[in-house]
Structure formats: structure tokens, C-alpha cells
Ligand binder design. Structure first.
Ligand code: ADP
Ligand code: MG
Length: 356
């Protein structure tokens, strides 16, 4: 009988993008740009924000000036806006799974680099606000340290060179299209974690597309697996949300057997921007009724392809009546998976697991 094939360690080094991949910079971008644009007599359009993703500061500035017809040169605009951004670096939060990934790579002794279209000094300022990040990276490369930024491969090739790594053994993790293009042009393996929802079709050149860093499976790339999953669920730091139950889309979920007591997502945009879309679990309290286990989806429900984000908790209990308007408090303690079109499956599995 033939001996089993040894597992070849495909990936030896990881190269991470910073903004939108590890850090939730998008929030800061709109916080800074919106008042500036409004002060200049223009109307802020949040739908345009995706256009800046993955660009160098200079390119992003040129897009803003053109889109909003602002009367500045790119240099003038950058000199006005840069100090406003710098003030915000300390307020940028790590994206879900970023700290977990960095700790995992560190404890598994996988060398990693940061490769960003930001300038080196801005990268340093941003990561100095995140505990333990600066010490971890074997190399840090900014766009001002190479000839051209992403989508050119220069930044990634320079990162590999500084780590003495062969590009074909490097795994790039990126949220932007220019970043994915750059990683592929560098001859590397690329995982896309798109930071703008519903645009996955733009990432077809990536080797894998994942919903968030929580969905990363390093073992697919020959890297050590995460060992914090428990029977298909990932414990997370608990977070809380609550409010009156509102009418949802009334799409007959009761007919399907899965009524969801919706909360008004627009009231929670800040807390929701700290968490990825997906299916979660935890407990739900109804002030007049009690506390129940619950499974919840947050996002755009690809099954229905909603245009607005929804929060849809299903309480694992049979109720005799509706409870619209009642105060519902949720504590979310675990992540299960991204939203997918065959949305019912997890709920049914949850039903089985919780013996409801
Ligand atoms: P909607 O689109 O208005 O949310 P659903 O068909 O999802 O309509 O039904 C949700 C409503 O059903 C909730 O707001 C709540 O009043 C009621 N309900 C009954 N049982 C449950 C349950 N186990 N979990 C969540 N909501 C339930
Ligand atoms: Mg509902």
C-alpha cells in the first residue's frame, strides 16, 4: 500500500493589508470626509465611499475632488485633510478577527508582514494604537517605500524580499480590488476579505473570498488551524444590543417556521460596523416573558438579497403570540458562519443542537 502523501507546507509567510483588512478605517474615512464635504457646500454620498478603498492617499484624494467637484488641488486637499485623519488614528478599531489572527500567527511562529498603500509613517501611527501589533510584524512596507503602490506588485514583492520569502510561498490577505490585483501580479496566493458588501463579483481573481477574518481557515493553506472553534461555533467577546421588536419584511418566515424578531438596524449602525455580517448565537431577553437561547443573522440576507442591513434574531422557543413592540435585549456570544443563500440550514441545525 502506498504511504500517505506528506502534507507540503505551501505557505511559509503571510502578508497582510492594513486598512479595511485589519483595521476598520472606513468608519474614520467617512467621519473625516463627510463634515469636510458638507462644509464645502456639497452633499455627502455614503454610496461613493467604496471608491476610495485600496487606493493610495493621493489617488483617493483625486477621486474625492473629482466626484464632489471641490475647488482644491490634490496637494492642497491632502494638506487640509491629513491632519484631520491623523487626529483619528487612535479611534480606529481592529476588525473582527484581526487580533485573533495576529495572535494565532504569532503563537504558530508564522512570519507576517504588513503591506499597505498608506505611507510608512501613517502605518506606524495607526498600528502604534493597537497593542502588540508593531512588535509582531517581520516587515512593514508603505507605498512611499516602493516605486508604485497597489495594484502594482511592488509593495508585496518588497515585503517578501524583506522577509527572505519566495513570493510563491506568500499568502496575501486583502480587502480591496487593487490589493488583490497586486498580490496576484506578485505571484502570490491571495485571499480577499471584501470590506464593501455585495461586491464579491469584483474579486474573481482572488484564490479565495471570505466574509471576514473570522472565516479564515489557515489549514487550507498548509498553516496551523485555529483551535478555538467549539463544535462549529466560535466564541467571541460578548456584545449587546437591544430595543423594541419592529415589523420586518413579513416574508412569511412564520410559514417557513423561523420567525425573526427584528431590531431596527439603523439605530445600531455604530455597533454593527464593529461586527461582521453573518450568523451568530447567544441569549435573548424579553422583558415580560423571560430569557431564551437565540440564533441571529445580521446582514443583507443573500437569500432575499436585501438592500438594507437587518438584525434578525430567532428565539429558540415556541410563543403563542407575536410580541411586536416589546423590549428585546440580546447578548451575542458566538459566531457560526457567514450568511449564505441556503439560509435555513444553520437555523435547523441550531434547532437540533439546542434541542428546541
Ligand atoms: P417580520 O418580518 O415582521 O419580522 P416574521 O415572520 O419574521 O415577521 O415574524 C416575526 C415575529 O414573530 C416577531 O416579531 C415576534 O413577534 C414573533 N415571534 C413568534 N415566535 C418567535 C420566535 N420564536 N422568535 C422570534 N420571533 C417570534
Ligand atoms: Mg423577522
Amino acid at each position: 500500500m502506498a504511504a500517505p502523501k506528506p502534507i507540503t507546507r505551501l505557505i511559509s509567510h503571510v502578508i497582510l493589508d492594513l486598512d479595511g483588512t485589519l483595521l476598520n478605517t472606513d468608519c474614520i474615512v467617512s467621519q473625516v470626509l463627510k463634515p469636510f464635504i458638507v462644509k464645502n457646500g456639497k452633499k455627502w454620498d455614503s454610496k461613493k465611499a467604496h471608491k476610495f478603498v485600496g487606493k493610495t492617499p493621493y489617488e483617493a484624494a483625486a477621486v474625492v475632488l473629482e466626484d464632489y467637484g471641490l475647488p482644491y488641488s490634490t496637494e492642497e486637499f491632502l494638506s487640509l485633510i491629513n491632519p484631520m485623519f491623523s487626529e483619528q488614528w487612535g479611534n480606529i478599531k481592529a476588525l473582527p478577527g484581526a487580533n485573533r489572527l495576529i495572535k494565532h500567527l504569532k503563537s504558530s511562529r508564522v512570519p507576517a508582514a504588513l503591506a499597505s498603500n498608506s505611507s510608512r509613517s501613517n502605518i506606524e501611527s495607526k498600528i502604534s494604537c493597537q497593542q502588540g501589533w508593531k512588535e509582531y510584524f517581520s516587515a512593514i512596507v508603505g507605498a512611499d517605500e516602493v516605486e508604485s503602490g497597489k495594484p502594482s506588485p511592488d509593495i508585496f514583492l518588497e515585503a517578501a524580499k524583506r522577509m527572505n520569502a519566495d513570493p510563491s510561498n506568500c499568502l496575501v490577505i486583502e480587502d480591496s480590488v487593487p490589493g488583490v490585483t497586486a498580490g496576484k501580479a506578485a505571484g502570490m496566493h491571495v485571499i480577499a476579505v471584501p470590506s464593501v458588501p455585495k461586491r464579491t463579483d469584483e474579486f474573481s481573481s482572488a484564490d479565495e473570498i471570505i466574509n471576514s477574518l473570522l472565516d479564515l481557515r489557515p489549514e487550507k493553506w498548509g498553516l496551523p488551524p485555529f483551535n478555538d472553534w467549539i463544535e462549529g461555533t466560535l466564541p467571541i467577546d460578548p456584545w449587546f444590543i437591544g430595543g423594541p421588536v419592529i415589523k420586518g419584511f413579513g416574508r412569511g418566515s412564520k410559514v417557513l417556521g423561523i420567525p425573526t424578531a427584528n431590531l431596527a438596524a439603523e439605530n445600531f449602525s455604530d455597533i454593527l460596523s464593529d461586527h461582521t455580517s453573518g450568523v451568530y448565537f447567544g441569549w435573548a431577553g424579553l422583558s415580560k416573558r423571560g430569557i431564551y437561547k437565540m440564533v441571529m443573522s445580521i446582514g443583507w440576507n443573500p437569500y432575499f438579497d436585501n438592500t438594507e442591513k437587518t438584525i434578525e434574531p430567532w428565539l429558540l422557543h415556541g410563543f403563542d403570540e407575536d410580541f411586536y413592540g416589546e423590549e428585546l435585549r440580546l447578548v451575542i456570544v458566538g459566531y457560526i458562519r457567514p450568511e449564505v443563500t441556503e439560509n435555513q440550514t444553520t437555523f435547523l441545525l441550531a434547532k437540533k443542537r439546542f434541542c428546541f
